[in-house]
Design a protein around this ligand. Sequence first.
Ligand code: ZN
Length: 285
Amino acid sequence: MRLILISLLLFLLFVPLLAKDKINVVVSFYPLYDFTKNIGKEKVNVTVIIPFGVEPHDWEPTPKDISKILNADLFIYNGAGLEPWAERLVKDVKNKGIVVIDMYKAIGAKGEDPHIWLDPVLVKAQLKVIKDALVRIDSKNKSYYESNYKSYLKKIEALDREIRNTLARCKKKIIVTSHDAFSRFAERYGLIQVPMTGVTPEAESNPKDLVEVIKIIRENKIEYVFTEPLISPKLAQSISRETGAKVLVLDPIEGLSEKEIKLGKDYISKMRENLKNLKLALDYE
Ligand SMILES: [Zn+2]
């Protein structure tokens, strides 16, 4: 009798594992989707919780989204306040035996700026965290994940070099951005970011700060100011009217639109588009 029970128990435990051929990964927003997909490829189902084309700061999940997370094998979110809802869920998710990654903590990022995906050097650290988690959950496919990781890592390293070399040949160094998303990027590549609003796009811009931004634009003869696709361009437009600076897009890549996904755009191609506009704005020689 006991043997039958044990056999039954083993059967119930292992059949679901055997039947499942892909790891279910749930991620909070687009960059983590792209990074995970590039490492897990055919061995993972990646679900992104914040819909494409939606600005992630201050977004909230539905009960359906929460149930997707609670049925995942692995849940990855950015952390550092980008998804406060995810931080509230962590305990429940972990209690279900799901592997949870707070990427910000996992790579040991410093400071309080959540925009760690805009610094390719920090992206490299993120790739390793994702690869290690996939290997831990699905060790039989270790070499598969290792080899995808290495080839994607090379692409990110090439992107980093390209940005570094290009920006080193730009005469200007100040970027006037919409929300405060590019301070890590600026710091990495020797630029100075002057944001029009705070660390989230919803943060009200202080009129006094805007006067200061306008002063900086005039004093430094800045010819371009940046807006982003997922927010209203009104602020950049009014600064543009005030100063004569033209408006360009610098995408913080917080979510791609459906159209961009269909066109096959991804993190790397979006970073290259940003670089093209930076070349124009910063006077590439
Ligand atoms: Zn942001």
